[in-house]
Design a protein. Structure first.
Ligand SMILES: Nc1ncnc2c1ncn2[C@@H]1O[C@H](COP(=O)(O)OP(=O)(O)OP(=O)(O)O)[C@@H](O)[C@H]1O
Ligand SMILES: [Mg+2]
Lengths: 323, 258
């Protein structure tokens, strides 16, 4: 039913996929392979970023090409507070999330006045404005050089300086966010978003203030993207205008579509696929973007519902809705 | 006569050169069943769009419970208790029948999405109420057996009944139905007319666009006839059926009535 379908397909299959993913994510670092841990950390961070965009693209039917604005704004905020004020997690994380969420609120209020491709163009334009600002306000952002030397967050009594403890911090943050998001999409609010995607006039006829609902989704997605951007700043130790550039927005959109919009798990799977592919292929050949492009076309042709859709089809559909 | 629930005053809508609705006035008293008939393109759906805030009128007024609601946004009109169904069915295909109906409860639900996401007791309780309300509405339209099927698997006629059920759970004061019997079997149509009567007895006021003259003669207290956007006749069904202008309007189309 609605809750399970929201997670990644239908019923038992989706639940099994989530449990397998969670277990794998929790146990894999025990392999003590630094490279593997780094990749997994990235997969989690970008998985959350992709999930947040999936909330807009897959559930609400809002295709944004400016989602990096919230990711990048949060990353910059974390970088600034960490390097100039204090690296305390309790200070930097709220600052990052607040900055990204505020950006989403402001951009959403304007961009959501438009629909379809005009909405897409507006989100793109706003994100490019943020990119330009990051370039030009060099006194604040370091300009083209960006902000470097961002430390890992400090938490009283816990040292997350090492790769493994930091990985578990990211796992905790992303896991919590994913659970919250899955509850939200399964709630009446999530159902209303899907209703907007399917037929907005019909929702208005039933009394839904669809502008406010879309703004709610946009801000929520912005907040989740901001969390991923904040984690990325800790992880990477460096933020540059590239993190706000439209290619970053395009990349996450590819992750969403590759993995499969319309579920939460799909975009996360897409993020994992893109990053693993990138890591594998870019060490072998320079032409990794071409290979990613080819993989993308293949998935769109063979499995229009994305990789997660392909996986869901392998499990039998439950005949009873209560399954 | 009691004060009308809905009053439409000299309502006009022009699309470019076309007057889709042209100076139409009528009033619907509480618990009255008004049907709107007229040839294709007469402006019936546009009249509904004007009343429900989907399209702003060129001129004229819509008065509801004595208050001017002309040009009010659609969600607010719905919030005030005016609920409509649509001629072209679009339901939420991927969800189940009962979930489609649950969406209609929005007008009176209270819990916000944060409460729902955290599964607070109030939200859980309300969710149960909403589900029960939806099931009850499905029983009213005779679809309780299909509650857990996917909405898109229903035949056309039953999708229409599903839409009626979704309108009912909103607890409307005024229900506007746009061709509710299109695609229904004769038996289903009769069942729907009986339901409309029963709801009227419970206090609901109806304006129904209808092509099926059996339904019109059977259910309507009053008939309004539109042609080229203008109201050409109004009155009890039997009188309207004999009106020469109405007969002329329908010549070349289906001739109304038995
Ligand atoms: N949004 C619009 N833009 C332009 N013209 C419109 C619009 N909506 C309706 N019209 C025109 O207004 C006229 C009335 O259309 P309307 O849909 O109200 O008719 P109707 O009586 O509901 O017809 P039917 O019986 O076919 O449903 C038609 O000529 C139609 O083409
Ligand atoms: Mg019509």
């Amino acid at each position: 039913m609605r809750g399970a379908a929201a997670l990644g397909g239908t019923g038992a299959g989706a639940r099994a996929a989530w449990i397998a993913a969670a277990l794998g994510m929790a146990l894999l670092p025990l392999a003590h392979d630094r490279y593997l841990i780094g990749t997994l950390t990235e997969v989690l961070i970008f998985g959350l970023f992709a999930m947040s965009l999936g909330l807009l693209v897959g559930f609400t039917g809002l295709v944004s090409l400016g989602h990096a604005a919230f990711f990048g704004t949060a990353a910059y905020a974390v970088g600034l507070v960490s390097t100039r004020v204090s690296p305390a997690l309790l200070l930097t994380l709220p600052a990052g999330i607040a900055a990204g969420t505020l950006a989403a609120l402001v951009i959403g209020v304007f961009a959501l006045r438009a629909t379809g491709v005009y909405f897409l163009m507006l989100t793109l334009a706003f994100a490019q404005m943020a990119y330009a600002a990051a370039h030009q306000w060099a006194w604040l952002t370091g300009g083209t050089n960006g902000l470097s030397g961002i430390p890992r967050p400090s938490i009283p009594g816990v040292d997350v300086g090492g790769a493994v403890p930091f990985y578990y911090l990211v796992l905790l943050a992303v896991g919590t966010a994913a659970i919250l998001l899955s509850r939200i999409v399964a709630s009446p609010f999530g159902a209303a978003l899907v209703g907007i995607r399917e037929n907005e006039p019909r929702m208005r006829a039933m009394g839904f203030d669809t502008f406010r609902l879309k703004l709610g989704a946009f801000v929520l997605a912005g907040a989740a993207a901001a969390l991923s951007g904040a984690l990325y700043a800790y992880y990477n130790g460096f933020v540059s205008p590239d993190d706000l550039y439209w290619t970053r927005s395009g990349e996450v959109l590819v992750m969403v579509l590759l993995g499969g919009a319309g579920t939460l798990l799909g975009p996360a799977v897409g993020a994992g696929a893109v990053l693993v592919l990138q890591n594998l292929v870019s060490s072998l050949t320079e032409r990794w973007t071409m290979i990613l492009g080819a993989a993308f076309i293949l998935v769109v042709l063979v499995a229009p519902r994305g990789l997660a859709g392909l996986m869901a089809d392998r499990w039998p559909r439950p005949s009873s809705p209560s399954a | 006569m009691t004060a009308p629930l809905l009053e439409v005053v000299d309502l006009t809508k022009r699309f470019g050169g076309v007057s889709a609705v042209d100076g139409v006035s009528f009033a619907a008293a509480p618990q009255e069943i008004t049907t709107v008939i007229g040839p294709n393109g007469a402006g019936k759906t546009t009249l509904f769009n004007l009343i429900t805030g989907f399209v702003p009128p060129t001129s004229g007024d819509v008065i509801y419970r004595g208050q001017r609601i002309t040009g009010m946004p659609a969600p607010q009109v719905a919030g005030a208790g005016i609920i409509r169904t649509f001629q072209n069915l679009i339901i939420f295909n991927e969800t189940t029948v009962v979930e489609n109906v649950m969406v209609g409860c929005h007008r009176w639900t209270r819990t916000g999405f944060i409460q729902a996401a955290l599964a607070l007791p109030a939200a859980v309780r309300e969710d149960r109420t909403v589900r029960e309300t939806a099931m009850a509405a499905l029983a009213l339209v005779g679809l309780e057996g299909r509650a857990h099927d996917r909405a898109r698997d229903l035949p056309f006629g039953q999708q229409r009944l599903l839409e009626v059920a979704r309108a009912l759970v909103a607890r409307p004061a005024l229900l506007l139905l746009d061709e509710p019997t299109a695609g229904l079997s004769a038996q289903e149509a009769q069942h729907l007319v009986a339901l409309i009567r029963r709801l009227r007895a419970d206090g609901v006021t109806f304006v129904v666009i209808e092509h099926n003259m059996d339904v019109v003669m059977d259910a309507a207290d009053r008939v309004i006839v539109l042609e080229y956007g203008e109201k050409i006749a109004e009155g009890p069904p039997q009188a309207v059926q004999r009106d020469p202008r109405v007969i002329a309007a329908y010549l070349g189309e289906e001739v109304p009535g038995p």
